[in-house]
Design a protein around this ligand. Structure first.
Ligand SMILES: [Zn+2]
Ligand SMILES: [Zn+2]
Length: 177
């Protein structure tokens, strides 16, 4: 492995301690529930889920779990505190919160299908995407070797939510283990 890649892996390890460097702009994921799967998205600063609870209240345990898991990487508008409830969930809220807490401990229930984010690097911001299980970063290093500290850090932070093809490459694994 070339020495500049080792430097990137070290940088990625540092970046993993600073998840707020990643700003999620849009995402699409599937939530694997006990009975059913649900598609959820965060787009144009709004969450959406296909489940009944979302249709009724404007949020749901799936979105609340995602909000917990991704909190440091979400823009202000995506945070739980900013949820625009369509209807006051009242006492049914307690059950949903408990469910969300449980789901947040099981991040592998989420399968991230699409992601657009910016990575706030040491010198510059870089556009970071996941499409069809493949990462891309707009930085010049990624252009050379199809990997960079930004992608490696994002892979570590989002690991259980990623499809197999978007997890650590064999290069990163060989160096980190
Ligand atoms: Zn839902
Ligand atoms: Zn990069």
């Amino acid at each position: 492995m070339n020495s500049s890649m080792i430097g990137k892996i070290e940088k990625a390890r540092r970046y993993t301690q600073e998840p707020e460097r990643i700003r999620i702009l849009t995402l699409a994921a599937r939530f694997h529930g006990s009975n059913d799967d649900y598609a959820l998205t965060f787009e144009e600063e709004r969450w959406h889920c296909v489940c009944h609870s979302f249709a009724q209240f404007g949020s749901c345990a799936h979105i609340m779990a995602a909000q917990r898991l991704l909190a440091p990487m979400l823009p202000e508008a995506g945070h739980y505190e900013r949820t625009a409830w369509a209807l006051d969930p009242g006492s049914s809220m307690i059950g949903k919160l408990e469910k969300a807490r449980r789901y947040a401990a099981e991040p592998e229930r989420f399968a991230l299908a699409r992601l657009d984010a910016t990575f706030h690097g040491s010198n510059d911001d870089h556009a970071l995407t996941v499409r069809d299980g493949q990462w891309r970063c707009a930085c010049s290093f990624f252009g050379q070797v199809d990997a960079c500290a930004h992608v490696l850090a994002a892979q570590r932070l989002l690991a259980p939510m990623l499809p197999a093809s978007a997890r650590y490459g064999s290069v990163a694994l060989a160096a980190t283990t």
